[in-house]
Design a protein around this ligand. Structure first.
Ligand code: SF4
Ligand code: F3S
Length: 110
């Protein structure tokens, strides 16, 4: 089992989650974070820290796509273990649907 980040994170990228992970298994893309499924110890601490509910256990329905995405990009993107300032327009992207198709960036974070 693992926890994973889903498309709610895209362009919101609040980063409250990285501060609490005991094993530092978050990885940073240009406009979202992912969790490394093999490094996550399933502690569940990060799930309530995300203000917009972008983190879920893979035991929920329809999570396969997000597990795969987290796995692929955790291997490509740099590790992040400290919160940075979120994007200035972060708030505008909360609750926007289907962000993955239109806005997902495969570029790494800086
Ligand atoms: Fe880190 Fe625990 Fe969240 Fe996994 S569930 S990403 S180990 S805080
Ligand atoms: Fe994303 Fe939520 Fe973390 S918006 S960066 S999963 S706190």
């Amino acid at each position: 089992m693992t926890y994973v980040v889903d498309e709610n994170c895209i362009k919101c990228k609040l980063m409250d989650c990285v501060e609490v992970c005991p094993v530092d298994c978050f990885y940073e893309g240009e406009n979202m974070l992912v969790i490394h499924p093999e490094e996550c110890i399933d502690c569940g601490v990060c799930e309530p820290e995300c203000p917009i509910e972008a983190i879920h256990p893979d035991t929920e329905d329809n999570m396969e796509k997000w597990v795969e995405l987290n796995k692929v990009y955790a291997d490509k993107w740099p590790n992040i273990n400290e919160k940075k300032p979120p994007p200035s327009d972060s708030k505008e992207w909360e609750n926007v649907e289907n962000k993955f198709e239109k806005y997902f960036s495969d570029k790494p974070g800086k």
